[in-house]
Design a protein around this ligand. Structure first.
Ligand SMILES: [Ca+2]
Length: 414
């Protein structure tokens, strides 16, 4: 017996016909689910059949939707009207009815869609249509109500909606409407801010949005700030990124090394220590005997590795890197601190090798000059491992790193 024949047989009028139909369909579908579940499954997979045997609003609505998608608006409207006669608030039927109205009835269509949207914030198709309609009408606040409803639910497919919102962010009223939503910290906020930072043609759009949020008392977290800084650095504008960071995290002195004492002072990547553990290299921030914390490195002296680094934006001029270290390892010279230009040339500006210190901490320093020019507008300070011929065991602690100007400041300025 085919599914259709079975359903027709089961559809004989009787007190329990719905149950019978459901039972027959359940047998055919080979699944032992409850009757209402089968009704829903039938509605979803064969709304044409479900209309014959069940005639539920759900089945009528689905069939109406199918007809509309197939380019038969009159049939769609008739089926939607049947569904609405039984269930006047069925959102799918409302939406299909509205969208199958002839072009001359745009006002009625809009009114029914708005009603459907208010009825259910969970119907994505309705919310998306309303979002686009509000955007087309220039109603930023209205658009954001629907965008918010969609984005809170569509965790995995937010990008197309973020894309719709990029032009909105470029207009003052649009940006204001977006910021109002973001200020409530919805679940889509970090993803949206990261998208805007990475994808907008001009990163100033994201920067302006973060400033709006700060003005609303809902400024960016470090995680929300980081994609914007990385974007600006990637665009080759590291000093600009440092200024943006300074706007949001005022911390004197702004341009120098951050958290040189490894005490966990607030910092946002890439203007923060980035520690990289590799084969033969273990690095972490550890407690220091006598109080405070320090950078601890264990290195086998064999792999080539950059273990810790931070982006700097030192203006041109003469500088001194200083710090203190502790190591009893004879081969510790294989570790050195280096300052180099962040531009394509990666020109090394200065380097100081570690040295065995015995039991006591010892100071170290190296002087270097930052040249003028775009290639050296930003610099990396890094702890690098220079591999030797044989493995060894190197253990060292570094602390109190600082960078300060030396020489005549007047002359050093560009
Ligand atoms: Ca320290």
């Amino acid at each position: 017996m085919t599914l259709a024949a079975s359903a027709r047989a089961a559809a004989r009028p009787s007190a329990g016909w719905r149950w019978a139909a459901a039972g027959a369909a359940a047998g055919l579908l080979g699944c032992a689910v409850v009757a209402s579940g089968v009704s829903r499954a039938l509605e979803a997979s064969r709304p044409d059949l479900a209309v014959q045997v069940l005639a539920t609003p759900g089945a009528l609505g689905r069939l109406a939707q199918r007809e509309l998608a197939a380019g038969r608006p009159q049939q769609a409207r008739a089926l939607a009207a049947r569904a609405l006669a039984q269930a006047p608030l069925d959102v799918r039927a409302l939406r299909v009815y509205a969208l199958s109205l002839p072009a001359g009835e745009a006002r009625r269509r809009d009114a029914v869609m708005a009603f459907a949207g208010e009825r259910s914030w969970r119907d994505s198709d309705t919310q998306l249509w309303l979002l686009q309609a509000r955007l087309a009408a220039g109603d930023a606040a209205g658009a954001m109500r629907h965008a918010d409803a969609l984005l809170r639910r569509l965790v995995k497919s937010r990008e197309p909606i973020f894309q719709l919102l990029v032009p909105l962010a470029a207009h003052p009223r649009g940006a204001e409407a977006i910021a109002e939503r973001l200020a409530a910290r919805p679940n889509w906020r970090p993803a949206y801010l990261a998208y805007l930072s990475r994808q907008a043609a001009d990163p100033a759009l994201a920067s302006a949005m973060l400033k709006r949020l700060a003005a609303l008392g809902a400024g960016p977290t470090d995680e929300e700030l980081q994609p914007l800084l990385s974007r600006i650095v990637r665009d080759g504008q590291a000093p600009q990124a440092a200024r943006v960071l300074q706007d949001f995290r005022p911390a004197p002195p702004p341009d120098l090394l951050r958290d040189g004492g490894f005490e966990g002072a607030p910092a946002v990547a890439p203007f923060a220590w980035s520690l990289r553990t590799a084969a033969g290299l273990d690095i972490n921030i550890a407690d220091r005997a006598g109080g405070g914390r320090a950078l601890q490195v264990d290195y086998d002296g064999y792999g080539r590795a950059t273990s810790a680094r931070q982006l700097l934006v030192l203006p041109p001029g003469a500088w001194r890197l200083s710090g203190e270290m502790l190591s009893g390892s004879p081969d510790v010279e294989r570790l050195s601190w280096r300052v180099s230009c962040a531009g394509a040339g990666r020109t090394s500006l200065g380097e100081v090798a570690a040295r065995p210190t015995g039991e006591a901490w010892q100071a170290f320093s190296v002087d270097f000059t930052v040249p003028a020019g775009a290639d050296c507008a930003a610099q990396w300070i890094s702890l690098v491992g220079a591999p030797g011929a044989r493995r060894t065991s190197i253990s060292a602690l570094f602390d109190s790193l600082a960078i300060a100007r030396i020489g005549n400041v007047e002359q050093a300025e560009p």
